[in-house]
Design a protein around this ligand. Sequence first.
Ligand code: SAM
Length: 208
Amino acid sequence: MKAFTDSWVDRFSTIYAEAPLAELSWFTAAPGPELVKLVIDGVIRRGDCVVDLGSGPGVDAVFLAAQGMKVTGVDLSAAALERARAWAALAGVEVDFVHGDVLDVPLLDGLADVVTDSFVFHNMRDEARAAYAGQVHRLLRPGGLFVLNSFSDHMVAGTGPRRVTSAEILATFDSGRFDCVDLRLYRNLPTADKPDQIHWIGQFRARR
Ligand SMILES: C[S@@+](CC[C@H](N)C(=O)[O-])C[C@H]1O[C@@H](n2cnc3c(N)ncnc32)[C@H](O)[C@@H]1O
């Protein structure tokens, strides 16, 4: 099964090779502001083993590595991985960027203290959601933290992936495998075509 909806499978297979990063509608060159806060607040700590699923050009992964976390980024796009490796080299940090599918992540069970998802889940087809939650849970140690950053149904309509409701998120990640610690809306950096970026930030702890 493919993880993403058809239009986004096609788009992501080429876009990182064809377009400058600044032309991508979701690219802000900054790590997610709520991710930054989780580091400032000590929820994600130095030495934590973090897996960033769908790491794209690696902005979150490089930020976390610069903060002392041991980071692995996973992405299906070779061009995205190439850009992410270049960004890590420029920043002078070690990140393991791995080619892989979020529905079949080539990493060991229970290795992660933290799994992050920035703008991956909202691209996913309904049938893939349970398998994806299974992968996130498999990668986390018991009690490990999943951090979800996602488009929401409260943001402007228009181009781009699906808008996701809190009910959809809770049905996927609070259904036996995880405990929801936090799920709320926040205002993200605006982009040219999305001035009102009202997104979800969620924290879920993996049950045993
Ligand atoms: C909207 S981008 C988000 C990138 C990055 N997390 C960020 O916040 O900038 C979604 C990413 O998921 C990747 N992707 C798409 N399908 C995937 C799959 N099945 N497995 C792994 N990565 C995938 C794309 O290549 C792309 O880099």
